[in-house]
Design a binder for this molecule. Structure first.
Ligand code: ADP
Ligand code: MG
Length: 734
């Protein structure tokens, strides 16, 4: 047995690491050539498809219509030829099951011929529909009662792409994943449905404002992703990181993030090499990465793309997460996407920037330059505020999960209470509106809706509130409660649907006011109706508006007074999936059926229960087989040292006291470990919600108690014996 602590050899190996010479050279391959080179994009489609097929395909994509089966064969052939030219040997339908990850099953293009040879083939049928053996994906009971199998269906609105691997390439076709009974088994199908609903309602409202050209309203997303990178050697030596994605033990390092020397700091070479290679890979896949920087915590970083339509942005976000992991690995690092990998320092989130835009390119949350545009903006903005107010619980539900619970409300991330930040000027306008007849805003502009100009709203970062979970940032809203490891599909499905409902409500009111009027009377009538409706809306959603510090305890009290829900844990939020409100909302807009809602609830609870069970089991392994033995070894050393000193006639009171303290702490640790093991054994089986409550109220606290003493022992026991890479190593040695 080696007597050197393996941690020391890890540190030495990391110190010797040097970043391999780069493979990417933009002086040879210009960014323009690289971007989208692995995507079967519009340009490739135009070049390779017969004109009529190309047009039909584009119509499907742009208008969100169903695929015409007649074009499938032609598209499949062109796609295959293109893929073969890029070295692809296989194709796969790529889908997003309710694991929150992506799934793929590769099939070769090769088909044997009667003559004993082989040809590459790919038919329209194979493009349009796939039948993965889906029985092992979570279905929340959907498949138990129905057909056991599901199928994947081509989503032409997200272009196919090529994924390289060191020994070949695969054509990847984005798809939905549906059961034979038509139930959505994935995260994409409901998202597409919610986009349709929102488009339909928003167009209705736009027509009232005289827009006759827009054919579709898209929701747009730019998701900023936070993540940690640590050395792979440390990662493999920590069963908790390996199995749970977060550390279950670990004393605070002497230096954390308090010096604030990390945020936007210079990026270490190795990390920068990872970022650059990852961006290169993503660029080839047509993912428009824009920003990279250091985040607040040591070893924490952020990557942000340019926004795209929700569907594409969601697919691309999945690719970002996958590529982060893949490329980090090539440089001997591991990307941690967990919401709270390290206690006591900042966790990671995903800021979901969201807006609505017409197919003419008009951003509906852009204040605009004319009174007419301003009025339209105020209506859409009000619709969002009303939606967040009315459905705050469902938004909280959309970001639930055992991991995100550690982050929400932890002094660095928004609390579980939803509120909307609008900025002083916009609030001022809404307050004036609420008073009904007030015509002057603080800045002096008139605000007669549809007639007068609004004061220009500032777009600079000065007016930002970083603590808000849902902030207006000039021409979009930023939903900041989304967790770093979560698919943005779920949160955006909810967001789109609740806003669709609000717009529906508003459009119905306005349509009624204009009903039967002659065309030339409509404009004035619309303004009048708005002047009446907007104050009503503001009165309704006003409790959700909050400009102060969301991290403060005063806000928690204030929010309670305002009657805003504070669903602190996911266990509080998840049952809302089958609440009357959710059922009415999602079935009305055909986003989730009642069955689908039940299945989501079941899966969320199961995932929560499993995650915490795995964590507790892992904590038990670490406590009993790693920490305890190290402590006992050190205890024996100490005892030996004391007795050998005694033998030569020296008595140290302090060393004896140290031993006593140590023994006492070990004793407590052992007791808590036994208690936690009992709690693991005592998990109730049967009702998932009861189980979840148990995890939250019994198992998690047992783990926390044990950790407290474990972390204390880390600071008592000889560093030489400590078996786990420490926070001060993992976060600072790279
Ligand atoms: P900020 O300083 O507000 O964070 P950025 O312009 O850097 O502003 O944007 C942050 C993210 O918001 C980026 O991913 C960006 O693409 C995205 N974003 C910008 N405009 C929109 C929009 N209209 N809809 C959705 N996302 C947007
Ligand atoms: Mg931001």
């Amino acid at each position: 047995m080696s007597d050197v602590n393996p941690r020391r050899s890890m540190v030495e190996a990391i110190a010797r690491y040097s970043v391999p010479a780069g493979k990417i050279n933009y002086t040879i391959n210009s960014i323009k050539e690289v971007f989208g080179e692995h995507v079967f994009n519009e340009e490739e489609q135009r070049a390779r498809l017969p004109k009529t097929v190309f047009k039909a395909l584009q119509k499907t994509i742009k208008a969100g219509e169903e695929v015409d089966p007649a074009i499938a064969d032609a598209v499949a052939v062109a796609m295959k030829d293109w893929a073969l030219e890029h070295g692809a040997t296989h194709f796969t339908h790529w889908f997003q099951p309710m694991t929150g990850l992506t799934a793929e099953k590769h099939d070769s293009f090769i088909v044997p011929t009667a003559e004993g040879g082989a040809v590459a083939e790919f038919s329209g049928k194979e493009l349009v529909r796939g039948e993965p053996d889906a029985s092992s994906f979570p279905s929340g009971g959907l498949r138990a009662t129905f057909e056991a199998r599901g199928y994947t269906a081509w989503d032409p609105s997200s272009p196919a792409f090529i994924l390289d691997n060191p020994n070949g390439a695969t054509l990847v076709i984005p798809t939905m994943f549906i059961s034979w009974t038509g139930d959505a088994l994935d995260k994409k199908t409901p998202l597409l449905r919610s986009m349709d609903s929102l488009s339909k309602q928003a167009l209705r409202l736009l027509r009232l404002f005289g827009n006759t050209t827009a054919k579709r309203v898209f929701t747009t997303i730019g998701a900023e992703q936070e993540y940690f990178l640590i050395d792979k050697l440390f990662y493999y030596a920590r069963p908790d990181l390996l199995n749970c994605g977060r550390t279950l033990f670990g004393a605070r390092p002497p230096k954390g993030q308090e010096l604030e020397d990390q945020y936007f700091g210079s990026i270490p070479d190795r990390v920068l090499a990872i970022m650059a290679e990852m961006e290169f890979e993503l660029m080839r896949l047509g993912v428009p990465i824009k920003t990279r920087h250091n985040e607040v915590a040591p070893s924490q970083y952020e990557i942000a793309p340019i926004y795209e339509t929700s569907n594409l942005a969601t697919d691309h976000q999945m690719l970002v997460m996958e590529m982060l992991k893949k490329v980090a690995n090539r440089y001997g690092m591991v990307c941690l996407l967990h919401e709270k990998p390290f206690a006591g320092i900042n966790g990671s989130g995903k800021h979901n920037n969201w807006s609505m835009a017409t197919d003419d390119g008009e951003n509906l949350l852009n204040p605009g330059d004319t009174p007419h545009a301003n009025a339209q903006f105020l209506v859409f903005c009000s619709a969002v505020c009303r939606a967040v107010y009315k459905y705050a619980g469902l938004l909280r539900l959309s970001v639930s999960g055992a991991a995100n619970d550690h982050r929400l409300g932890a002094n660095e991330a928004p609390p579980a209470i939803l509120s909307v930040f609008l900025g002083r000027q916009l609030i001022d306008i809404f307050e004036q509106l609420e008073k009904g007849d007030a015509k002057r805003s603080k800045t002096g502009g008139n605000i007669e809706v549809g007639v007068s100009m609004l004061p220009k709203l500032p777009r600079d970062a000065g007016d930002r509130n970083r603590t808000s979970p849902f902030a207006f940032t000039g021409n979009k809203f930023e939903f900041r409660a989304v967790g770093s490891s979560q698919s943005i599909g779920g949160p955006n499905t909810v967001l789109n649907t609740i806003v669709a409902e609000s717009i529906d409500y508003i459009a119905a009111r306005l349509e009624k006011a204009l009903d039967g009027l002659a065309q030339d009377k409509k404009d004035a009538a619309l303004n009048k109706a708005l002047q009446k409706l907007l104050p009503e809306l503001v009165k309704e959603f006003k409790p959700i508006l909050f400009e102060g510090d969301n991290y403060s305890s005063q806000w928690h009290e204030e929010a309670e007074k305002r009657g805003l829900p504070n669903l602190k844990t996911s266990v509080d939020a998840i049952p809302l999936a089958t609440s009357k409100q959710a059922v009415e909302l999602f079935t009305k807009y055909k986003v989730y059926s009642v069955r689908e809602l039940h299945s989501r609830q079941e899966i969320l609870l199961e995932n929560y229960n499993k995650a915490i069970n795995i964590e507790a089991q892992t904590a038990s392994v670490i406590a009993n087989t790693m920490i305890l033995p190290a402590c006992l070894k050190y205890q024996a050393d100490l005892a030996k040292a004391i007795s050998s000193a005694k033998e030569v006639g020296v008595n140290s009171v302090q060393t004896a006291a140290l031993l006593k303290d140590l023994v006492a702490a070990i004793d407590v640790f052992r007791k808590l470990a036994i208690a936690m093991d009992k709690a693991i054994e005592g998990q109730p089986h049967g009702d998932a919600l009861e189980h979840a409550k148990y995890q939250r109220d019994t198992l998690l606290p047992a783990m926390a108690e044990l950790r407290k003493v474990g972390d204390k022992l880390e600071l008592m026991v000889s560093d030489e014996y400590w078996p786990l890479p420490t926070y001060r190593e993992m976060l600072f040695i790279r």
